[in-house]
Ligand binder design. Structure first.
Ligand SMILES: Nc1ncnc2c1ncn2[C@@H]1O[C@H](COP(=O)(O)OP(=O)(O)OP(=O)(O)O)[C@@H](O)[C@H]1O
Length: 267
């Protein structure tokens, strides 16, 4: 029998990105298959959030290509949910509008860009808020919520979908440090939520940028270590304690000895 290789849902090939003289990504390859959960780690300022912003079409690469379901795509096409894949982002600081209610925040994109009625959008907002464990808070403002609740509101916003766009069949979620600044119990609630959203097929795959050991181990199948613009390790999370890779060893031991040095100047 001839096996046909299934194209990854998402692929980055040789992606480069600079901000002025600061070359942040210097040829990054990364692929995400349907069903996969990937953790991206690396020291501060090494370009992890930049990768997520490239993937969801907020910024464009200087060089290299992005592919969705095997099709090369531009930044504009990513924003338009091309080739059946929709990409949702959960930002590091939740990024809610303080002057809008929870419901207005969660439904924001559909209010702005869809042809759904207000009633349909509000119904979906309630459904998504229930999914992330938040009920009866639609009329509250972000300032009235705890940090963990604001994170969950931003999860609800990322999983909103427009059922009139029939071509979308797969969803990738991008989480930028979803457990940063949360206490261990609140972190566990968020980690469980990330897993349960995938188990319920709310998303097919996700990429999580994190510095937290528990988040890596509890939410990801595969680990990518990024350092100074390049992927230095890619492997299964289940084997990280046995890995010989010096970047992995240093990260998980927290040692100051090793290839990872503090970024004292831009590279
Ligand atoms: N819009 C921008 N303009 C200029 N420089 C930027 C911009 N966005 C990111 N950078 C720079 O790119 C580098 C990588 O930033 P990025 O936020 O991707 O790092 P990170 O690995 O996610 O860091 P952290 O773990 O601290 O969140 C940093 O030096 C940052 O200052």
């Amino acid at each position: 029998m001839v096996e046909t290789a299934v194209a990854p849902l998402l692929e980055l090939r040789g992606v480069q990105k600079s901000f002025g003289e600061n070359k942040v990504l210097n040829g990054v390859d990364l692929s995400v298959h349907s069903g996969e959960a990937i953790a991206v780690i690396g020291p501060s300022g090494t370009g992890k959030s930049t990768i997520l912003r490239l993937i969801c079409g907020l910024i464009a690469p200087d060089a290299g290509q992005l592919y969705i379901n095997g099709n090369r795509v531009s930044t504009e096409e990513i924003q338009e949910d091309s080739h059946g894949v929709s990409i949702g982002m959960v930002f590091q600081n939740a990024a809610l509008f303080d002057s809008l209610t929870v419901a207005e925040n969660v439904g924001f994109s559909l209010f702005e860009h869809s042809r759904l009625s207000r009633r349909e959008i509000y119904q979906q907002v309630e459904q998504k808020l229930t999914m992330v464990g938040l009920e009866n808070i639609s009329d509250r403002y972000p300032s009235e919520l705890s940090g963990g609740m604001r994170k969950r509101v931003s999860f609800a916003r990322a999983i909103m979908d427009d059922p009139t766009v029939k071509s979308v069949t797969k969803k990738i979620l991008l989480y930028d440090e979803p457990t940063a600044g949360l206490d261990p119990v609140a972190s566990t609630i968020i980690e469980d939520l990330m897993r349960s959203l995938r188990q319920q097929d709310v998303c097919d795959s996700y990429i999580v940028v994190t510095h937290q050991d528990s988040t890596i181990r509890r939410t990801a199948d595969r680990l990518i270590v990024l350092y100074r613009g390049l992927v230095r390790y890619a492997g299964k999370v289940s084997t990280i304690d046995q890995a010989d890779n010096p970047y992995v060893k240093q990260f998980f031991s927290g040692s100051i000895e090793g290839p990872i040095q503090l970024l004292t100047k831009e590279v």
